[in-house]
Design a binder for this molecule. Structure first.
Ligand code: ATP
Ligand code: MG
Ligand code: MG
Length: 347
């Protein structure tokens, strides 16, 4: 096949598209929202995930389907999966759409997550706060990203206002993890089952949004091995094909899995400057059934997201040596909006 369908027209889809085009493939992007300016692709469909005939046309126009947006509704996925292979599969998607099913799945693999409780009512929240203690974080089960849909609870007395902020959405309460650092592992699995991991990156978040990723991360050899092994365990359990992001908390008691993302991941953008084959090419290789490539780190890199009016620094960044600039072509600058990123090659 030579046309790859991508669900989602944001920056991740755009960078996947560039990687696919470098390997000689066409891409066709399905984006229900407004198309971002400067999208690189053969065609861009603007229709909703409820529009069954548009979804059908999309599937018929491509050879294989992947996604950059994991919250595609199940009905749309079922329709698409009946027509074309979806990589990674619908199981990976369904599990990671819901924090409760995701954590249950991860614990079932023998991995450690932050302690959590299912919250369906205010009284469930009060009981969970007694159980897990404070501080704790209340998170919507679905659709959250960049720290959206999360409320930090510092004292049990904040239960009622925190619960009201969920606006009736299903939620989980997570115990607070006093981590030493945050790292992530970007891993890939090919159609024949081979698994490769990029070097773990160390992540700094501000207000719930990823700010920088630095490689190499400060980790012991044992922690590096653990990170790769747990990523492999997740990939194999899901019979996954493609790139997966695994966010981890490093603690004195070992690695705790924060969450997984069934796609290329912001904390893997450093691979564009640090590896011969970056996460986008690796994902396209997997989805297209090609052998996985050489993802070894050849350089130390600091990736920095350009968020909101960080864009004011663009003239300086354009004049900075050893700096690779990626802009997403978004016309409107908003606070907290990811506008681009830079990869600074350190050595
Ligand atoms: P993403 O954009 O990565 O999908 P998200 O909205 O799904 O983010 P999380 O990854 O759950 O949010 O949380 C964002 C950040 O908040 C984490 O990277 C971490 O810094 C902090 N955080 C989340 N959960 C916990 C926890 N249980 N204990 C301590 N810190 C936490
Ligand atoms: Mg998330
Ligand atoms: Mg996260």
């Amino acid at each position: 096949g030579s046309t790859i369908g991508i669900l989602g027209g944001g920056q991740l889809g755009r960078m996947l598209s560039v990687a696919a085009s470098r390997l000689g493939y066409l891409t066709h992007i399905y984006e229900p929202g407004t198309a971002p300016a400067g999208q690189v692709c053969a065609a861009l469909t603007q229709a909703s995930y409820e529009d069954m005939s548009a979804l059908q046309d999309f599937a018929n126009a491509v050879d294989v389907i992947t996604f950059e947006f994991e919250n595609v509704p199940a009905t749309a996925l079922d329709l698409l999966a009946a027509l074309r292979p979806i990589r990674p599969g619908t199981t990976a998607l369904a599990i990671s759409q819901d924090r409760l099913t995701e954590k249950t799945f991860l614990e079932g693999l023998g991995l450690t997550c932050a302690p959590f409780r299912d919250i369906g009512s205010l009284s469930a929240l009060e009981a969970a706060l007694t159980d897990l203690g404070t501080p704790a974080i209340l998170k919507t089960r679905r659709m959250g990203y960049d720290g959206k849909g999360q409320v930090h609870i510092r004292t049990p007395g904040q239960a009622q206002t925190a619960y009201a902020e969920m606006q009736g959405q299903d939620a989980i309460l997570e115990g607070y993890v006093a981590f030493e650092r945050e790292v992530s592992v970007i891993a890939a699995r090919g159609v024949t089952g081979e698994v490769v991991c990029f070097d773990p990156g160390e992540n700094v978040h501000e207000c719930g949004i990823l700010y920088t990723t630095t490689v190499p991360a400060t980790l012991t050899g044992a922690q590096r091995t653990d990170a790769a092994l747990l990523a492999g365990r997740i990939l194999n359990a899901l019979e996954y094909v493609g790139v997966l992001g695994v966010e981890l908390f490093v603690t004195s008691n070992g690695l705790i899995v924060n969450e997984i993302a069934p796609r290329v991941h912001n904390s893997g953008h450093w691979t564009q400057a640090g590896c011969a084959v970056d996460q986008f090419e690796q994902h396209i290789r997997a989805v297209a059934g090609l052998p996985l490539g050489d993802g070894r780190r050849h350089s130390d890199v600091v990736m920095e997201n350009l968020i909101g009016d960080d864009m004011d620094r663009l003239p300086d960044l354009l004049a900075t040596p050893d700096t690779q600039i990626h802009l997403y072509g978004k016309s409107e600058v908003r606070p907290g909006r990811k506008m681009g990123h830079v990869n600074r090659i350190v050595t």
